[in-house]
Design a binder for this molecule. Structure first.
Ligand SMILES: [Zn+2]
Length: 268
């Protein structure tokens, strides 16, 4: 059984009430540590790394709002690459979660909240959803992120890239993308054109110099993103979603506490 197969097996056994469920990290030395990208949702704070039955030192935790990867050369992708190259990460997992507010916040609501914080509409890009990478469904977002990682020229083919979902109420993990199944498949990394993808060459002098309000370029935007106007002289374009969407219904917090599944001291 490979690492994440064992992780999910242990997780499901723990959820089912097996007090002895856990991992023996020594059995998976070649696959550890794990590099995980999750959302910033604070409900995840107590879930990791327990839900994976990993000790803290074998869990490299990256977070951003919505566990979004915006492109094969994005800032988050660079952190994933460095987590593997510098911190020795051996497998990558993109872990989405249920009830993600990034998925449930309509663009108009996001705009209202930004404006309530004093952010001026005219200083925002036209297409907020595209710019922030917001999404409407968690699982496709995980799949998309896995594809970006798998295609990235920054991540070598030796690193399995998994996609998972975690239930914020129970801590239960489920597969979205089994990274072992496409581990040996050729990637499209060699098709990525650095110049066209990001507009920057990594390591080149002034490689982030394209970030200029005057030139209206945002290097963190997705591949193929259109530039948008920040020119005060031009009238702001109204947000693309004309019809306000209903507010998401907030669910009451669940009382369920995920079972603590830690590496067992003794073999079960
Ligand atoms: Zn979230």
């Amino acid at each position: 059984m490979r690492l994440f197969e064992a992780i999910i097996d242990a997780n499901h056994r723990a959820i089912a009430g097996d007090a002895n469920a856990g991992l023996h990290p020594a059995d998976f030395e070649v696959s550890l540590p794990v590099v995980a990208l999750t959302c910033i949702d604070p409900r995840l704070n107590p879930l990791f790394p327990n839900a994976l039955a990993l000790p803290d030192e074998q869990f490299i935790w990256l977070r951003n709002a919505g566990n979004i990867i915006s492109g094969p050369l994005s800032s988050t992708m660079r952190s994933l690459a460095l987590a593997c190259a510098i911190k020795g990460g051996r497998e990558i997992a993109i872990i989405g979660h249920t009830d993600c507010q990034v998925a449930k916040t309509p663009t108009m609501k996001l705009l209202e909240e930004l404006q309530a914080l004093g952010v001026e509409r005219r200083r925002l890009p036209d297409n907020l959803a595209e710019f922030f990478g917001t999404f409407v469904s968690e699982r496709p977002n995980v799949i998309k992120a896995c594809e970006f990682v798998r295609q990235s020229p920054l991540i070598g083919p030796k690193i399995p890239v998994h996609g998972l979902m975690i239930d914020t109420g129970t801590g239960k993990l489920d597969w979205v993308v089994n990274g072992y199944e496409n581990w040996s498949l050729p990637t499209r990394a060699d098709t990525i054109d650095f110049a066209q993808s990001s507009g920057v060459a990594i390591g080149s002098p002034g490689s982030m110099g394209d970030f200029s309000y005057g030139e209206m370029k945002f290097p963190e935007s997705r591949i193929g993103d259109t530039a948008f106007s920040l020119d005060p002289a031009k009238p702001p374009t109204p947000p693309p979603i004309a019809k306000p969407q209903p507010m998401p219904t907030l669910k009451p917090a669940r009382a369920t506490v995920p079972p603590p599944i830690r590496p067992p001291n003794a073999r079960s």
